[in-house]
Design a protein around this ligand. Structure first.
Ligand code: PLP
Length: 383
């Protein structure tokens, strides 16, 4: 990188992506579910312990598959945080479902498990915990609430690849889990995703929904002698070129995570004095959680004008950014969803959160510059 601007993200390439793409090209096998897709499926199943993993073209697609698999009907309610990406809600709204937004926890910014039960009605079908920044939601509590009320759990683990909760891979704990391999995530294929199917009773239908509603996968395995239209579905599978790229990333997934963790820890240590002086709060990692260094954010003190801090950082060629505009306050959120409870933590923290540049090979000097400018900006904002 020659430009002196410090970007927010810089996609990491392992060096083998084009080699594997060339191999797929040479094999003459370009449609989905070829050899590279199978390698990726096996890797995901081994690494997560999920009984079935299917590559999709995005986490958005995985969530849409989840809504189809759970047979979400018009008027069905799905409990989720408002502090999330639009796809978490869209996937269910596309089926006529109604997202019911509840507040997040002050420490992790994840769905507050204590507010789930009060939001349950006779129309509730599912809970969608979102593992923000690759830090797990309180899954034991969420799973036991789901069991008691006969609800399904879909983990939006878009940011959670390589992260765990009590030793279990995020995405492998609920009935279904959705991963993203978008360029801005840790392990990437440009656009890309996967659906983990942890309830094996859903496996066959997942294959059918992903293959345009046909049992083509069974046909290729020789289990049926022709394939036909079985139920509604769509095309959710990526081609082999994407899978070939992704395979190069999977091979290095441990290294990618370790390197990001070094940079994350460095920010964390450099920012300890600012937290002690009370002007910011750093991320909180519950002891059950091993995160994946997906994101480094700070929560600015209430007296600090975030826009001013962002302006100073950007004037100094540092691309720091804020994050989600809560869905309950968005035009589509007002039309298609409803909020349960006050969402005061969501409103408060979403306005004070600031994300710092972080990628695999970010240098110490760049990190130092980010912290120096951030400190100066906060100093002038509070004096
Ligand atoms: C990135 C992200 C998505 C969407 O992922 P795509 O692969 O881009 O569709 C969904 N949910 C969350 C929480 C995300 O961070």
């Amino acid at each position: 990188m020659t430009n002196k601007r410090i970007p927010f993200n810089w996609p990491h390439m392992t060096g083998k992506e084009l080699y594997y793409i060339a191999e797929a090209h040479f094999n003459g096998r370009l449609a989905g579910d070829g050899p590279f897709t199978k390698l990726c499926h096996n890797w995901l199943q081994e690494r997560t312990g999920s009984s079935k993993a299917l590559l999709t073209h995005s986490c958005t697609a995985s969530l849409e598959m989840a809504a189809l698999l759970l047979d979400i009907q018009p008027g069905d309610e799905i409990i989720m945080p408002s502090y999330t990406f639009v796809s978490t809600a869209n996937a269910f709204v596309l089926r006529g479902g109604i997202p019911v937004f509840i507040d997040i926890r002050e420490d992790t910014l994840n769905i507050n498990e204590r507010f789930i039960e009060p939001a349950i009605t006779p129309r509730t079908r599912a809970i969608v915990p979102v593992h923000y920044a690759g830090i797990a939601c309180e899954m034991d509590t969420i799973m036991s609430i789901a069991k008691n009320h006969n609800l399904k759990v879909v983990e939006d683990a878009a940011q959670g690849v390589m992260a765990t909760y009590k030793g279990r891979a995020l995405g492998s704990i609920g009935d279904l889990g959705a991963y993203s391999f978008h360029e801005t995530k840790n392990v990437i294929s440009g656009e890309g995703g996967a659906l983990l199917i942890n309830d094996h009773k859903l496996s066959l239908r997942a294959e059918i929904i992903r293959e345009k509603g046909t049992n083509r996968s069974q046909f290729y395995r020789g289990e049926v002698d022709k394939y036909t239209w079985q139920e509604i579905g769509s095309s959710f599978l990526p081609g082999e070129l994407i899978a070939a790229f992704l395979w190069a990333q999977f091979e290095e997934a441990d290294k990618i995570t370790q390197k990001r963790m070094v940079a994350w820890q460095r920010y964390h240590e450099l920012l300890a004095p600012l937290e002690s002086s009370g002007v910011i709060r750093r991320p909180v990692i519950p002891k059950e959680c091993h995160h994946n260094a997906h994101m480094y954010y700070v929560i600015l003190g209430p007296e600090i004008d975030r826009q001013k801090i962002l302006d100073v950082l950007n004037r100094n060629d540092i691309n720091a950014v804020f994050h989600y505009v809560p869905l309950h306050s968005s035009p589509a959120g007002l039309r298609y969803a409803r909020a349960h409870g006050s969402l005061e933590i969501t409103n408060k923290l979403s306005e004070r959160l600031l994300r710092l540049p972080l990628w695999v090979d970010i240098t110490e000097s760049k990190q130092n510059k980010v912290i120096d400018v951030l400190k100066e900006a906060i100093y002038s904002a509070t004096h």
